[in-house]
Write a protein that binds this ligand. Structure first.
Ligand SMILES: *[C@@H]1O[C@H](CO)[C@@H](O)[C@H](O)[C@H]1NC(C)=O
Ligand SMILES: *[C@@H]1O[C@H](CO)[C@@H](O)[C@H](O)[C@H]1NC(C)=O
Ligand SMILES: *[C@@H]1O[C@H](CO)[C@@H](O)[C@H](O)[C@H]1NC(C)=O
Ligand SMILES: [Zn+2]
Length: 395
């Protein structure tokens, strides 16, 4: 297992929320809690009828338009961040046709969003050269879906201690809690994409009772973030994120027989590239063309990604499957007839030659642009070519 290249460490070792704060610090715009647009019509942050409507097919379609100044790499990055919502939840971000309410995703001054659906076109700011990271985009989209920061939940004092003495009076309002937050009956999640991370000097948020618990999220949506979206939006989805460097997955009940009419996905999202999937057990109902029960594997985070292993059934153990990046999607579908013991598989990541090529091209950029990467709004527009190249590589 290789450690990431120096610049990946710089970036990926930073908690998404902290990075947002750093970028927005240099912006003059007034934001609540660091990145939420204050609402003219709402004196406090609250949400009444601020959720996006569900269609009769169960899908929640959120229309969006993109800033015409985004380049191809930005668009690709934003769409990849959106694709994970679509894979794991019933939220689909769709290009706006004529819908009245929609997201206008723009490269404005910082990384920020409204809380929930506001009505009409509402801006989600994903600034080029600062906010173009999958986790940041997902964080801002999650606000637009109606989610607040995890550490501002009404019950947060049971899970974290706010170290007020280390927070300047000017910043204290950002650590307010929301007495009437909708916690959905789901647990507090230290690893939410909406959670504050450890800070450099003094720790401002300490988990209780064990202060050593990891806080914040470095990659993207957590399993609990997904569960919360699915609960809030009444989605019945069977989806799991696997984000360790290696691990395993299996069909429900394995080695006992799986159930009929299921549809589950596992999104393997590791920090190093080249995920390798190895089946250890495989026993699925055999049908012509595997139209009944099957396992299918994709090279990326969505069902529109390249297929690595097409519909597979029967009892022959498939050969290993290797993804080209740090994302792999495994889909398991069963019909209403026939059952068997299912499958079990393990995955690993890292150990690739290609990696070093990536590192060589990144080092010169690090030297040249070390200040622009973290300095946020103040010099965001300079060096935009550098930024695009960096972002493209990371996304
Ligand atoms: C950390 O402390 C140093 C020295 O006291 C100060 O200059 C710096 O701004 C602080 N950094 C943060 C992120 O608070
Ligand atoms: C989910 O279902 C409940 C109960 O049917 C309903 O009250 C709620 O408005 C639904 N939520 C959304 C976001 O549509
Ligand atoms: C489990 O599946 C196997 C293979 O299809 C079948 O022979 C067996 O009867 C099933 N067992 C149960 C308890 O359903
Ligand atoms: Zn936020």
């Amino acid at each position: 297992y290789e450690s990431p290249s120096p610049i990946e460490t710089d970036s990926e070792d930073e908690v998404i929320f902290n990075r947002i704060l750093k970028v927005n610090k240099d912006c003059s715009r007034y934001l609540q809690e660091g990145d939420i647009v204050p609402q003219r019509s709402r004196s406090a942050i609250n949400c009444r009828n601020c959720y996006w409507p569900q269609s009769s097919d169960g899908i929640v379609r959120v229309p969006y338009v993109l800033d015409p100044t985004y380049e191809e790499s930005h668009i690709k990055g934003i769409q990849e961040a959106m694709a994970e919502f679509e894979t794991l939840t019933c939220i689909n971000f769709v290009k706006r046709q004529t819908e009245r309410d929609y997201l206008s995703i723009k490269s404005a001054d910082g990384c920020w969003s409204n809380y929930g659906k506001v009505g009409g076109g509402q801006t989600v700011s994903v600034m080029k050269g600062g906010c173009m990271w999958k986790g940041i985009i997902q964080h801002e989209l999650d606000h637009a879906l109606g989610f607040l920061h995890e550490h501002s939940r009404s019950d947060r004092d049971k899970y974290v201690k706010i170290m007020w003495e280390y927070i300047s009076p000017a910043d204290r309002p950002d650590f307010k809690k929301f007495e009437n937050s909708n916690n959905l009956g789901l647990p507090y999640d230290y690893s939410s994409v909406m959670h504050y991370g450890p800070t450099v000097n003094h720790t401002t948020i300490v988990p209780i009772p064990d202060g050593a618990v990891h806080i914040g999220q470095r990659q993207g949506l957590s399993n609990m973030d997904v569960a919360k979206i699915n609960k809030l939006y009444n989605c019945s989805r069977c989806s799991t994120i696997l984000d360790a460097a290696f691990g395993s997955l299996k069909s429900a009940n394995h080695p006992r027989n799986y159930s009929h009419n299921t549809n589950c996905v596992w999104l393997i999202r590791t920090r190093s590239r080249k995920i390798s999937l190895h089946f250890r057990a495989f026993e699925l109902q055999k049908t012509r063309g595997c139209q009944g029960d099957y396992v299918k594997v994709y090279d990326g985070s969505s069902k529109s990604s390249t297929v690595l292993m097409d519909k597979t059934c029967g009892s022959k153990i498939p050969t290993d499957v290797v993804a080209s990046s740090n994302l792999m999607l495994v889909e398991f579908v069963t019909d209403g007839a026939g059952t068997a013991s299912g499958f079990q598989a393990t995955f690993t990541s890292g150990r690739i030659g290609h990696f070093f090529k990536v590192r060589e091209t990144l080092i010169p950029f690090k030297i040249a642009s070390s200040s622009t990467v973290t300095n946020g709004c103040a010099n965001a527009s300079e060096d935009s070519n550098f930024q695009s190249t960096l972002e493209q590589t990371f996304l």
